[in-house]
Design a binder for this molecule. Sequence first.
Ligand SMILES: [Zn+2]
Ligand SMILES: [Zn+2]
Length: 339
Amino acid sequence: MKALVYEAPWQMPLREVADPEPQSGEVIVAVRAVGVCGSDVHGFTGSTGRRIPPMIMGHEFSGEVSAVGAGVSGWQPGARVTVLPTISCGACANCRAGLPNICLNRSGLGMMTTDGAYAEAVRVPARQLYPLPAEVSWEAGAMVEPLAVGMHAANLTPIQLMDTVLIFGAGTIGLLTLMAVRLKGAGKIIVTDLSPHRLEVARRLGADVTVNPREADLAAAVHEHAGPSGAPVVIEAVGAAATARQSLELVRPGGHVTWIGNSQPMIEINMPSIVTREITIRGAYAFNREFGDAIEAIRSGSVDVMALVEDVLPLAEGPRVVTELAKGQLDAIKIVLKP
Ligand SMILES: [Zn+2]
Ligand SMILES: [Zn+2]
């Protein structure tokens, strides 16, 4: 089969590789659509250490079951599926506490050394499969995973009806979180990003206020729309030191800050200002029940994920697209590849 093989930083050519064979308890999924994720782009540059070559990336995907291994029941070839890519052990303290997203032995398809879906087919433990309803397209099926990330962040964050929410970052996750906090009853939503294009999409998706810090004073805008003491709820979906720091500066005393962005490893923060203002900072990682809920949110039309899919391209275009995204030459929000 054909696959994009991540061989070394900045090198991910289309190669002919051996067809995957299902082991016991596994199926093969013929990939119909796979989203290009920012974490893959960061992995591609070798900057995060979360993709270890040689391997095949790709964890946001939908497809059709094409082969079923021994001991798998309930799945037949031809079944339309989307795949929960984070793999938990089911036995550790966190799994037993209902928190498989932070499993102490977690791994993931298309992460570290495990092959993912930038390929014509991928080997998947059967328990990771979710049925994809007929009315959800392959492309929308590839958006289930990032939507689940946004919904998980919204679920973890205490939001009262009509709370003003400030969101840093109008990339895929920032925008999906915007839709999720809207569903949860947020009041005014303020979105900030450096890209005019992304801010325009944010407005289309229901942001009340958008701020480009290159053109306007973000703090002044927050004070104008959320009040002089800041926003009660702030979500960081960039993963950079500057925005993480601003998320703490612009939250109201007693407020909640949720960090989803996760690229910059070390940042400096003002500890007394967190303590004396009783700020709650929390990390949000992956998802639990939100994966199934995201399928239903898309199926029912509660969330328009296709508004974020700006290009659908053949797998062979993947190396060019990922390179351009890594160099900052491409401003597309979500690109979906079709093997
Ligand atoms: Zn992702
Ligand atoms: Zn576990």
